[in-house]
Write a protein that binds this ligand. Structure first.
Ligand SMILES: Cc1ncc(COP(=O)(O)O)c(C=O)c1O
Ligand code: FES
Length: 391
């Protein structure tokens, strides 16, 4: 059996999305900036996708700007604001658990003379809004806090954060790459200025995303060149990608409740099964305030890398916050921010569900995982000590 449980890394393109895209790779090749019919057809297709995405966010179509993915949207929101407001102030507030697209952008700005406050999170991965308030300064120009975390699925108190930002007249950007397609995001109720989203997390193609920019928000361009995207983001459009993104967004929000119910049921079944069958397990993140598709657990006394390889051998694709999988030398900054020891951070397993997963697949995982964990623990000297202590 093969079970894909890494939907937060990326999702497969849905057949309907693929079908919507193919004509734009095969037949309609005009440049949307051209005035002839070849171009006009494609301009229309982009406008349709823009409408589809605007509707899911209850936004105006002219507030949606297509980008080359979530990372670009994050870079644009942060660098574009920093540059536009540099005479007003140079202080930015973010959190210690952001995606690297946000963290590394902030670190880049620090080198340019900006000051960045990285808010800590509690052991469930949530920031304190009181603490956020206490860090606001005269020269704070931007708050950038993710909607939901990609590793532990934790959902931040976005409504409260947005209200604080508005009250203090500070711009608020949220990286909603993981939340989009799982949670309702209504820009009419939520006073947010910028939102990053990405197509490949909701069954759309990779390499296309968008930045929602509320009308009237001051932001400089990131990509300079032609007059595309109302002169805000240059470059001949990725038409097929944009069409696919529009279709994927429409489908995701058309079936949101069913999708979320399906995921939540499987998630809880998986999590409860793991907790029941495997002792010395810790759930990372908040039990309720979490994405419907995220299970992130740490198993004491084992290494995440060996666990992933063993799972892969029995056909289960998962991920972990460990050094070996991410190709970096450090364990996950998110798990360390929760206060986990390096050992526990290394023993973490992220299982993220998607629309194709079934209860049979979860049963298979619940059958395969416990002996794998046990086998790895049997090889661990720390576990040996624990058993001896218990004797
Ligand atoms: C929270 C978050 N932000 C940003 C990104 C980057 O998006 P993209 O892969 O489209 O550049 C990701 C994807 O891994 C993510 O999970
Ligand atoms: S999981 Fe391999 S070094 Fe941490």
């Amino acid at each position: 059996m093969k079970v894909y449980l890494d939907y937060s890394a990326t999702t497969p393109v849905k057949p309907e999305v693929f079908n919507a895209m193919t004509p734009y790779l095969r037949d309609y090749y005009g440049n949307p900036s051209s005035l002839h019919s070849y171009g006009r057809e494609n301009k229309k297709a982009i406008d349709t996708a823009r409408d589809q995405i605007a509707q899911t966010l209850k936004a105006k179509p002219e507030e949606i700007f297509f980008t080359g993915g979530g990372s670009e949207a994050d870079n644009w929101a942060i660098k574009g604001t920093a540059e536009a407001l540099k005479n007003k102030g140079r202080h930015i507030i973010t959190t210690s658990i952001e995606h690297h697209a946000v963290l590394h952008t902030c670190q880049h700005l620090e080198k340019q003379g900006y000051e960045v406050t990285y808010l800590p999170v509690n052991e469930e991965g949530i920031i304190s809004v009181e603490e956020l308030k206490s860090h606001l300064r005269e020269d704070t120009i931007l708050i950038t806090i993710m909607y939901a975390n990609n590793e532990i699925g934790t959902i931040q108190p976005i409504q409260e954060i947005a209200a604080i930002a508005k009250e203090h007249k500070v711009l608020f950007h949220t990286d909603a790459v993981q939340a989009y397609g799982h949670l309702e995001i209504n820009t009419q109720d939520l006073p947010v200025d910028m939102i990053s989203i990405s197509a490949h997390k909701l069954y759309g193609p990779k390499g296309v995303g968008a930045l929602y920019i509320r009308k009237g928000t001051r932001i400089h361009n990131l990509i300079h060149g032609g007059a595309q995207e109302r002169k805000k983001r240059a470059g001949t459009e990725n038409i097929a990608g944009i069409v696919g993104f529009g279709k994927a967004a429409e489908l995701a929000y058309g079936q949101l409740t069913e999708h979320v119910n399906h995921l939540t049921e499987l998630r809880d079944y998986l999590l409860e099964g793991i907790q029941q069958k495997i002792p010395y397990t810790r759930l990372n993140g908040h039990r309720q305030k979490r994405l419907p598709n995220n299970v992130n657990v740490s198993f004491e006394f084992i290494e995440g890398e060996s666990m992933l390889l063993s799972l892969d051998m029995v056909g289960i694709a998962a991920s972990s916050g460990s050094a070996c999988t991410s190709g970096s030398l450090d364990p996950s900054h998110v798990l360390l921010s929760l206060g986990l020891s390096h050992e526990m951070a290394h023993g973490s397993l992220r299982l993220t569900l998607g629309d194709q997963n079934t209860k049979e697949e979860i049963d298979y995982v619940l059958e395969q995982l416990p002996p794998i964990v046990q086998r790895l623990r049997d090889m661990s000297p720390l576990y040996e000590n624990l058993k001896e202590g218990a004797r």
